[in-house]
Design a binder for this molecule. Structure first.
Ligand code: ACM
Ligand code: ZN
Length: 525
């Protein structure tokens, strides 16, 4: 085998060395299954189970990151060394090698470990509800690229998507909306759906088999239209308009009343159910894009803010989110929040901040105090954005360590790519948006800076692409990957056509007024 052979692997492993010769995969049935009695059997592709020696480790050695593994391919057979998670990842690498080489594998040794501990993707189940079978397919895809965190955006203005037994009204009323007007795309008359507790348990165990932890989100205090439509007693006094499950995308004024003492036990009851269902250390408490207009005009909220001696409504937002972060901490869990929650006092550093847009100054300070950051910049990681804004090359060339964290690189917990679903109506559209951009994010999250070049990504991607297509996940065609000016213009035109309808333009204008008012009052939004 030529030592210059390019391995079609994404993410590219940390270290690869070629040795002499090849290993020929035997005909089916001619080998006994060496993994027959092994716990690790299910971690490996079926075709190699009979030819793999496994050297299991019960725990990660020294300071090796979780999921590290060694994979040796020798003329006499394969050998894999690692923890169960490491063996699973070796299996994912092998699957890609099998797509490339079929029955004749080149002899080599791979030593591999992830660059970042947190390698995530987010699915917004609120704007469009993809059923559990689709969620599982996306988990399969994520596992194939060695992602290990699934941030599940379950509540938002356009639909409440998680069954809460103590408050059946949340899904009873909040999981159904009228015909969406997100854009001029075909939509059903109305959209409804939520995940039952049973569904969620099923997805948790499916994810666990793939070494993926779930970070479930409960949005606080904004993005609450669906919650407040279900439970209007938690709205502010003087709140304008009627609450409803929204049919447009965007930013709405509905937020939980901070001055209503009923708000706190209500949210705690929901968190109790989150903690009962999800056995993970982190729960996401949201905190983004909360328009404070209702708090400004609510006597109860104003009284609360003054009684607490808080400077403004942003500080009260942080205070409120911190109440629930404290609640989680008391139960041995930690909060993740969007970056807006940095505004206010110095945030406790057990809280993880997900930086998506702005607040770089506050993010830098937080990291210098020892806080951890999930990097989800809209500049590269928002996979709902069209390809003319973010093509694959842009992601590959984007530094996962932002400039404001250069002095505290260890504060980067990892990177996460959100898929917001205003314009993602089904799994096919999700696949178009995600692939091959999510694999590019996965490569930046896993591979060391110098392990691979962005230029070889496109040929290396064919192994993973074959696996995704076998799952029925067809990504964007090649012309989008490194998009030309002509194709940019074409996609831009299509984007304008569906997003700049007269209805959307009126809506955008109204949104702009609301945002400008926030900027006038607080200096940023
Ligand atoms: C966000 O995109 N509103 C976090
Ligand atoms: Zn209020």
């Amino acid at each position: 085998m030529n030592t210059m052979t390019e391995l079609h692997l994404v993410p590219y492993p940390a270290e690869v060395s070629f040795t002499e010769g090849s290993f020929f995969l035997p005909e089916e049935g001619s080998f006994s299954d060496k993994t027959e009695d092994s716990l690790y059997r299910s971690c490996l592709p079926e075709t190699v189970r009979g030819v793999c020696w496994i050297l299991p480790k019960t725990e990660q050695e020294g300071d090796a990151p979780e999921g590290s593994y060694r994979l040796s391919i020798r003329p006499e057979g394969l050998e894999i060394e690692g923890t169960e998670q490491g063996i699973f990842y070796a299996g994912q690498t092998l699957r890609q090698l099998l797509v490339q080489f079929g029955g004749e594998l080149p002899c080599l040794e791979i030593r591999d470990w992830p660059r970042f501990a947190y390698r995530g993707f987010m699915l917004d189940s609120s704007r469009h509800f993809l059923p559990k079978e689709d969620v599982k397919k996306l988990l399969d895809a994520a596992a194939a690229m060695r992602l290990n965190k699934f941030h599940w955006h379950l509540t938002d203005d356009q639909g409440w998507r998680i069954e809460i037994s103590k408050h059946p009204e949340l899904t009873g009323k909040g999981a159904r909306r009228g015909r969406a007007m997100f854009a001029d795309l075909p939509e059903p008359e109305e959209s409804a759906g939520y995940f039952s507790r049973e569904d969620i348990r099923e997805i948790i165990s499916y994810a666990a088999e793939r070494f993926i932890d779930i970070v479930p989100e409960l949005e606080i205090p904004g993005h609450e239209s669906a919650l407040l439509f279900s439970c209007p007693e938690l709205r502010c006094e003087n709140a304008d308009g009627e609450p409803k499950v929204q049919i447009n995308g965007g930013i709405f004024k509905e937020l939980l009343c901070a001055g209503n003492e009923k708000t706190y036990p209500f949210i705690e009851e929901i968190l109790d159910e989150y903690m009962e269902l999800f056995p993970y250390p982190y729960i996401h408490l949201g905190g983004d894009e909360a328009v404070k207009a209702h708090w400004r005009s609510c006597p109860r909220c104003q009284a609360k803010m003054h009684a607490l001696g808080l400077k403004d409504e942003n500080a009260m937002q942080q205070w409120m989110v911190r109440c629930f972060a404290d609640y989680l901490r008391k139960h041995g869990r930690h909060a993740v929040v969007w970056n807006e929650v940095l505004r206010g006092e110095a945030l406790p550093t057990d809280i993880v901040v997900q930086m998506w847009h702005g607040d770089a100054d506050l993010g830098g300070e937080f990291a210098e105090r020892g806080g951890r950051i999930i990097h989800s910049s809209t500049d590269a990681y928002y996979l709902d954005y069209p390809y003319f804004v973010t093509d694959v090359s842009k992601i590959l060339n984007f530094d996962p360590v932002p400039e404001y964290l250069k002095n505290s690189e260890q504060s980067v917990f990892g990177i996460e790519a959100p898929l917001w679903t205003e314009r993602v109506v089904d799994l096919d559209r999700a696949a178009f948006q995600l692939f091959p951009r999510l694999p590019a994010v996965a490569e930046r999250a896993w591979s060391p800076e110098k392990a691979c070049g962005p230029d070889t990504f496109f040929s290396r991607y064919t192994g993973l692409q074959g696996i995704l297509e076998e799952m029925g996940l067809r990504g964007a065609p090649e012309k989008y990957w490194k998009i030309s000016e002509a194709d940019k213009a074409e996609e831009f035109e299509e984007y304008e056509r569906i997003t700049k309808t007269p209805h959307m333009l009126r809506f955008i204008e109204e949104q702009e007024r609301v945002l400008q008012e926030e900027i006038r009052v607080y200096g940023r939004f």
